[in-house]
Design a protein around this ligand. Sequence first.
Ligand SMILES: *Cc1c(COP(=O)(O)O)cnc(C)c1O
Length: 493
Amino acid sequence: MNRELYGKLVFELSRPGRRGYRLPQSHISSDLVDGKGERACEIPNGLLRSQPLSLPECDELTVVRHYNNMSTNNFGVDTGFYPLGSCTMKYNPKINEEVAGHRGFASAHPSTPVYASQGRLRLYRTLERALSEIGGMAEFTLNPFAGAHGELTGLMVIRAYHDSRGDARRRKVIVPDSAHGTNPASAAVAGLEVVEVKSLPDGTVDLEALRPLLDDTVAAMMMTNPNTLGIFEHGIPEIARMVHEAGALMYYDGANLNPMLGVARPGDMGFDVMHINLHKTFSTPHGGGGPGSGPVGVRAGLERFLPSPRVVECPDGTLTLEYSPEALGSISATLGNFAVQARALAYILSLGSEGLMEAGSLATLNANYVKEALKDDYLLPIEGLCKHEFVFDGLADKSTGVTTLHVAKRLLDHGYHAPTIYFPLLFHESLMIEPTETESKETLDEFIAVMRDIACEARETPEVVLSAPHNTPITHPDDTEAALNPRVTFDMC
Ligand SMILES: *Cc1c(COP(=O)(O)O)cnc(C)c1O
């Protein structure tokens, strides 16, 4: 990579007077007059710039190199191993892209009338039925744009349910301390009060801590299963019984459904409302903020609260949109992110039920394979079988001064994306690894070897790890400064 070009903005490559392209002479004469005898092309003086626009002045080759270098300076699942726990950065088969990019889909306008959108609505309805089957729910809406948006929608459904029964005191949402940060955030945005429940040392919810929290002010309990530590919550049947007895509903965060596919269904475990992240579990590449999709499912009896519009079957077999008075109203301008839905349906249909089940088991197998291979070098705070991901609490040897941050930085030198670090907050040195089901044994073995090498370096030559990364274009940005005082504009002068 050309270091001169890398990391510079196109404005910094600019030299006064240098040109790559000249616009052809305009064929519209500024002397043209409109019907009223005014000069049509004349812009009022008050609207004119006093200074010429500061555009970069570069020759064509500089621009070509600039953009080509930037385009190859990306890291993604398509370029390397990306074991980012809690995010399921798995491979997205290219056939799904082809389906989503089908001309009939890609060129459809969001306001196309229903009679001309039957294929698109059929895709919506088919995916909705498939997710209901996978989740064990009565109905789904595909309208929410992200996992957090799904959580908000689901919690609004729960609020609407309690309000419809005249039970408006229920404003508390119980969230385990291991939960993803979006859970308490969504509850707060939905106007609900967050109450945290502690986990046991084995990472599962403490039933004895939960019991005293349950009363007639609780609207819902939000759970993730397997939880954010990758641990299966065996107490769920009992938790669901306690929560329902208190008159509250059970919410399932199914952002990462991989290990559950075809194995267990939230609806059968006693959950009333759930969301799924299509962009994690069902094959849409994500990262960098989008695009996403967070469909929300509900058990029978709660369908009428789902947001409008709903896609429903008419007696003659055609599909139409329904706006029900009891529904939440619209939570998105369209029926969600269509291309993400198309990829998800292509993924589900191409794998079939057996393939989906195999994906889930492989996700679990791969995580356990990596965990067992590394647990002598890295501290495993919770022993036993994990599901699709697991958490180390930093290096096993705490005497070296090498922290989780250093290990993550050193991994960059080897061409890997770093795992999730310092989350969940239950441990000081959390290092959260999710290999996903799509990686080969060879890739996992190489990763294991590198992780062992780093542990060895930490003992023998810690300065190599402490000063990593050594061969990335940017090495040690000031994270705190970037978070507190982000520079998102470029000063031209
Ligand atoms: C990613 C994730 C979310 C949030 O999903 P977004 O699409 O990023 O809003 C919620 N819960 C869990 C467990 C997640 O991993």
